[in-house]
Design a protein around this ligand. Structure first.
Ligand code: SF4
Length: 462
């Protein structure tokens, strides 16, 4: 969960204040940053807390039940703040954005009458207009959850560059895959790829503002097929090559991918584009073909194995991470054992594993063979024991190596900076603050489950 804040040159006492709270994935982080920029252009200043805000935006996540429930409990607290502000003669507008807004728009207003505005992920460019309507309105909530994805990007891409060394850039939204457990095709709509020219312009803008590493985002990013400047369709591999031409952009990553959409152009980019970092998040979800079919994943264990072999041939040091679900309806002990065996075989640098939880409206939610909670917990614990061991081993194998680290921010201790290795690990080094934004070689001397530590061996450039 991330809090987004911004500043603006407007005098403090004249400005309205906004507090944006972001739940869930990097797509939401990107969207919140663009909403922040858009609202800044309308004169909104950052509020440190919801209590200080005239406008509160919750940018929500619907991927798991717990995430949606967190939003409702937050709205209970915000409702009390809104009432307190009204007693002081003030006014607070409460907006719910993101995937909960899209999936449960009427339900949000029913469960949380304090909400003035429910806005789906494709309507953020209309925020200023909708806020103005909410301020004028007689109290009835405004719901805007249509899917006009093209205008959204036309507006949001004009936003100013993010602060910081690394940035997310959404290149694709939506998904046509309809995995049995997933709400994305219902909350973000059909696949849409932004035109290459628009992405290059936004990336150049980011780089001019000091960004050195861009992570291309999409719910199914490697299904990207945007219109190129030559009028032809460009796939993700071609887009990466286009971005690699930007002189001051040092590193490119992308997430999240689907095994079916890893094509030869993308594999070639991993082999031939040095700026494309050797880390890849490629969800497999299960190691059982029977469960993959029930999940409607449209790939088998064999397909996944083949893709990984080809990727590792192209880029032998590739750090592979994945998502795994245990306890999908119909999963038996032998299916789960197949998942353990497959994880053992592939060896992941990192894995995110979850117990299956039903999302209303998805096919798996009403499927027979729901797995008891106790069995899910037991399986998750066993799986996480294995994936944590693999992650630790991957990190420990880096000790004694010199890795290029992009220094991003100050660490918790005086004189310490934190950066990222090519493999996306956090690396702590002793270094002066002015090196933030530089890529430096660091000799790795320590590894924990989640990070590395080392010392800078030489400053490459200043
Ligand atoms: S490919 Fe990913 S985003 Fe699309 S339906 Fe499956 S899990 Fe959801």
């Amino acid at each position: 969960m991330t809090h987004t804040a911004f500043t603006l040159g407007t005098p403090r006492d004249m400005a309205k204040r906004v507090f944006i709270k972001t739940y869930g994935c990097q797509m939401n982080v990107y969207d919140s940053a663009r909403m922040t920029d858009l609202l800044a252009s309308q004169g909104f200043l950052a509020a440190e807390t919801a209590r200080d805000a005239d406008l509160v935006v919750l940018n929500t996540c619907h991927i798991r039940e717990k995430a949606a429930e967190k939003v409702y409990s937050e709205l209970g607290m915000i409702s009390r703040l809104k009432e307190a502000k009204a007693r002081r003669g003030g006014r607070m507008i409460v907006a719910v954005a993101g995937c909960v807004a899209q999936a449960e728009s009427a339900e949000v207003v029913r469960r949380a009458p304090c909400v003035d505005l429910v806005i789906g992920p494709q309507s953020y460019h209309r925020l200023p207009e909708l806020i103005a309507r909410a301020l004028k309105g007689g109290g009835a909530a405004i719901l805007d959850t249509s899917f006009p994805v093209v205008p959204k990007f036309d507006y949001l891409s004009k936003a100013k560059a993010p602060r910081g060394v690394t940035a997310f850039l959404t290149v694709q939204e939506g998904c046509d895959k309809f995995c049995s457990f997933c709400v994305v095709p219902y909350t973000r709509g059909a696949e849409y790829s932004r035109p290459v020219v628009q992405i290059l312009a936004e990336a150049s803008n980011f780089v001019r503002g000091g960004v050195r590493e861009i992570t291309l985002l999409g719910q199914n990013v490697n299904a990207y097929h945007g219109e190129g400047p030559d009028g032809k369709e460009w796939r993700l591999g071609a887009l990466i090559r286009g971005l690699a031409e930007l002189p001051d952009l040092e590193r490119i990553r992308y997430t999240t991918s689907h095994p079916r959409d890893v094509d030869h152009e993308l594999i070639d980019a991993h082999r031939e584009v040095p700026k494309l970092m050797p880390s890849l998040h490629l969800p497999v979800q299960s190691g059982s073909d029977r469960i993959l079919a029930l999940m409607n994943r449209r790939h088998t264990v064999g397909d996944y194995r083949l893709v990984v072999e080809r990727l590792r041939t192209a880029r032998p040091d590739l750090a592979l991470s994945t998502d795994l679900i245990v306890g999908h309806p119909g999963e038996r002990d032998d299916d789960f054992q197949a998942t353990l065996d497959f994880v053992e075989e592939i060896r992941f640098a990192q894995a995110f594993s979850f117990k299956y939880s039903p999302r209303p409206g998805t096919p798996a939610a009403s499927a027979s063979g729901q797995v008891p909670e106790a069995a899910k917990s037991e399986r998750l614990a066993a799986l996480q024991l294995l994936t944590a061991k693999q992650q630790r081993e991957f990190n420990e194998a880096c000790v004694g190596r010199e890795l290029l680290v992009l220094l991003e921010r100050p660490g918790r201790h005086e004189g310490q900076l934190v950066g990222r290795s090519p493999y996306l690990q956090s690396v702590h080094v002793a270094a002066a603050g002015e090196l933030i934004g530089q890529i430096v070689p660091a000799l790795i001397s320590g590894a924990s489950a989640s990070s590395l530590s080392g010392s800078v061996t030489k400053v490459v450039r200043l």
